[in-house]
Design a protein around this ligand. Sequence first.
Ligand SMILES: Nc1ncnc2c1ncn2[C@@H]1O[C@H](COP(=O)(O)OP(=O)(O)O)[C@@H](O)[C@H]1O
Ligand SMILES: [Mg+2]
Length: 432
Amino acid sequence: MNILLLGSGGREHALAWKIAASPLADKIYCAPGNSGIAQEAECVALDIADHAAVIGFCKEKRIDFVVVGPEAPLCAGIVDDLELAGIKAFGPSRVAAQLEGSKGFTKDLCRANGIPTAAYERFTAAGPAKDYIRARGAPIVVKADGLAAGKGVVVAATVEEALAAIDTMFDGALGNAGTEVVIEECLTGEEASFFALCDGANAIPLATAQDHKRVFDGDKGPNTGGMGAYSPAPVMTEAMNRRVMDEIIMPTLHAMAAMGAPYKGVLYAGLMLTAQGPKLIEYNARFGDPECQVLMLRLMSDLLPALIAARDGVLRNFDLRWYPEVALTVVMAANGYPGNYARGSVIEGLTEAANVEGVEIFHAGTKAEGGRILANGGRVLNVCALGRTVAEAQARAYAAVDRIRWPGGFCRRDIGWRAVERERERNQRVSP
Ligand SMILES: Nc1ncnc2c1ncn2[C@@H]1O[C@H](COP(=O)(O)OP(=O)(O)O)[C@@H](O)[C@H]1O
Ligand SMILES: [Mg+2]
């Protein structure tokens, strides 16, 4: 099969790496890709927002299957356009991708179908939104309805902070994403991510993960796209996974099908594990980044047939095998991220780092120039490792990080701390 993968981050490098391992894959292209992805696929300078250009490329190169990594092309309807042109593609349709593209859409779907989520209201004007905030009090959560690349949510500790968030959003700070807002109850508990592969009618659980959103050690500082992750999430027991499938994922699939917009693709549920049980924080319509990287490391089975079965609607009875090991990834970012950062600093030592046992390095934002690897983004590298325990995976990942010579970059030194602590407590209990 000839495959085209769309995207350019660490998620897409992990997908390219896994797809390249499939005996079904002959030629793999990636648009636009990066210098790490170039080790697995031929990178092509296609503008993926130009659907006609993508379709033209697929016809010229006889592409059998397109895998879409990021949310923007999904919400722009790339899968609809490809399928209409007779090209098979993995991912939800434009309407189904609203599960990520409109927080209000998802909240209404939850309310109509009894899916547990925070209490909420939707607003299209600042006045009524502020009245609602004053009536409910703080803490309270203000969310832009549309895609905001992780910048559209304010968890406000005070009423003033929430009112200010309303002004920022309706003043157009987030563009079209903020012309409508969702205001919701503030939930408390531990967060976890749950991934399911869906074919429109059936879903199979993939795996669970937890990520670190804050930029500094101890989960401090501003939010980022994600500074690290590990899988599985120790809080997600078998019983909890079952509840998430029964109470959240399956009712969503049924509701989307009943609406005439069956959901195909990866459904990524952001969860809050509250005292009342798991509640949906949000859906994403694709693999998480960097969660995808740790999932791919743990996946024993061939990924490609699973993606094709999801697209073809034949996931029922499909079986995926996972390594029992823990996978952990440390994100290395350019100095200054998530604020302003420079591009073009030189990264050395990647080969030595990749030689650490159990380690795999994915590129998130790099480019090759004159035989050197240069930083070309905010999040630049994902240093991943498998281990029998979280502690082992963490030690291996940081051993690899320490072999990378990159004065222009930094990383957190405590990825997985919560899981490592849990593991240590458990070990103390079993061997006093
Ligand atoms: N209702 C809520 N209660 C408490 N925290 C929340 C709530 N909604 C969102 N959050 C916090 O804000 C983060 C971002 O919100 P989310 O809905 O996932 O938006 P996005 O990922 O699109 O920025 C979550 O990971 C969570 O930490
Ligand atoms: Mg989120």
